[in-house]
Each structure stands twice: as C-alpha cells, then as structure tokens.
Design a protein around this ligand. Structure first.
Ligand code: ATP
Length: 269
C-alpha cells in the first residue's frame, strides 16, 4: 500500500532548473540538505554540523514548496515519499499510527530518502486541539517517536521536509523538530519574469511577447497562478481556430455551400 507513495529519484521529474526565482531558498536547501544526504561523512564531525533531520518550507499556496521538495530529492538521488492527511484518510483510515511507522521504516530501508509532509499543519497541528481524536493523537506521537529515532548513519539518510501555508497552526513540538524554516514567498516582478521564462522555456513564443511587461502586470500572482495564466494563453489560439472554423461552416450553410474541409479529423465536424 505504501509503495504507491514512493517516487524513485529518476521518476520525480523536477530539478532546481525547473524552478524559477527562489534562488536563496534553493541555495540554502543545497547546503543544508543535499550535501549532507550526498556526503554525510563531512557533517558528522561536530555537533553544529550534524545534518538536520527536518526543514520547514512555509509560505502562500502555489509558491513552489512541493516543487522544491521534489527537486531536492531528485538532485540528491533520494527516493521521494509524499505523505499527507489525505493519504491517511483515503488508504489508511484508522491506521494512522501503522502508516507512520511503515513510512519511517520504509524510508530508512530505501535511504537516502526524503519524507515530504505536505500540509503538515493538518497532520501535525497543535496537540491541544480539544476535539482531537485519540487515533490522531497516537499517530502524531508515533511520528515524533520515529522522527527522533532516526539515526544519521550512512545507511539511514532520511530527511523530513514539511510544507505549510499555516505555520502558526503547528504544534510546538513539531516546530522544535524543524529547526530550519525557509520562507517561500510570492514573487516580485523581477522574480515573476524569471518564473515565466522557466515555464515558457520550451514553448514557441510569438516575437512580440514581452515577458517583463506580463510580469509587471501580475502583482500578487504565485508561480502556480503564472503557470495557469500561461496554460490559458496557450489555449487561446486553439480556441480562435475552432471559432473561425465554426463561423466558416455557418457561413457556408447560410449560403447553401458545402462546408469547408476541416484540417483535423472528420470526427470533430
Ligand atoms: P501548495 O501550498 O498549494 O501545496 P506549493 O507551494 O506546494 O502549493 P507547488 O505545488 O510546488 O506549490 O506549485 C504548483 C505549480 O505551480 C507547480 O507545479 C508549477 O507548475 C508552478 N510553480 C510554482 N512555483 C513555481 C516556480 N517558482 N517556478 C516554476 N513553476 C512554479
């Protein structure tokens, strides 16, 4: 049941080059995460350089947190294990504790690995929540115990990367275990232009397209919003072609002519 949540590094399909802007976050992640995963021997000499077991990525929705976590795993050659409340409720309902134990045990076996906890606030939110279900409390405890039990031996290079839009809803005990917290913020105009360039890198753009001016008109857009904007723009010429074909057919009908031949399959007529 768990294997479906594991992506081997060669299949993740996201590298740091696919992420526009966010240079500071990418650099910090490279230093904090990838190097210890790849060269653990450099980091076990003193207490201060011990590889950290947890990093929190926080910021508004759609700013690239999941992409960053995937890129870290790809570039470190680590397996990516995506865990979330939705996985527990859909596949492991009532078995959260078992699920968490299985995740950590598998992560150690297939190390190096990155356990990515998306929407960590919904899984490891404040403990004092009065209506909290006993099973949920047990699951959280299990998570902490396994997390603390991770050893940094070469064979057990496991990192927990957590993401949230609501850092203030996190349990104190969780925050303590995530000593490095990186803010992933909405991009400014210069960074929106960089993101647009990355998203459109492989597209055939009309010569007149001015990405800097698109960037200056999209204040408040996240990377995800910019991606959606590009997808919508890319569909526009297709819509225009279909509308023109429809008009030509209507004109032909009105004049009693046979309809003009379509360039595509006869099925869409
Ligand atoms: P949420 O908080 O809603 O889970 P998130 O911060 O994890 O969002 P992602 O899922 O990483 O955001 O991003 C969603 C999509 O937006 C990505 O698949 C990608 O297409 C696009 N995107 C976001 N940020 C960037 C970026 N910096 N560069 C390129 N594409 C981006």
């Amino acid at each position: 049941r768990l294997l479906g949540d594991v992506i081997p590094p060669s299949d993740i399909g996201v590298t740091f080059d696919d992420i526009g802007a966010l240079e500071n976050v990418k650099d910090t992640l490279k230093e904090l995460v990838m190097l210890p995963l790849q060269r653990p021997e450099l980091f076990c000499k003193g207490q201060l350089t011990k590889p950290c077991k947890g990093i929190l990525l926080f910021g508004p929705p759609g700013t690239g947190k999941t992409m960053l976590a995937k890129a870290v795993a790809t570039e470190a050659g680590a397996n990516f294990i995506n865990i979330s409340m939705s996985s527990i409720t859909s596949k492991w309902f009532g078995e959260g504790e078992k699920y968490v134990k299985a995740v950590f045990s598998l992560a150690s076996k297939i190390a190096p690995s990155v356990i990515f906890v998306d929407e960590v606030d919904s899984m490891l939110g404040r403990r004092e929540n009065p209506g909290e279900h006993e099973a949920m409390r047990k699951m959280k405890n299990e998570f902490m115990v396994n997390w603390d039990g991770l050893r940094t031996k070469d064979t057990e290079r496991v990192l927990v990367l957590a993401a949230t839009n609501r850092p203030f809803d996190l349990d104190e005990a969780v925050i303590r275990r995530l000593p490095r917290r990186l803010m992933v913020n909405l991009p400014d105009a210069a960074n929106r232009a960089k993101i647009l360039r990355v998203i459109l890198a492989k597209e055939d753009l009309s010569p007149g397209v001015d990405l800097d001016s698109v960037a200056s008109m999209t204040d408040g857009y996240s990377g995800s919003d910019l991606k959606n904007l590009c997808v919508t723009a890319a569909h526009r010429p297709i819509r225009e072609i279909l509308e023109k074909e429809k008009k030509d057919r209507e004109a032909a009908l009105a004049e009693g002519r046979p309809p003009p031949a379509l360039s595509g399959s006869a099925d869409i007529r």
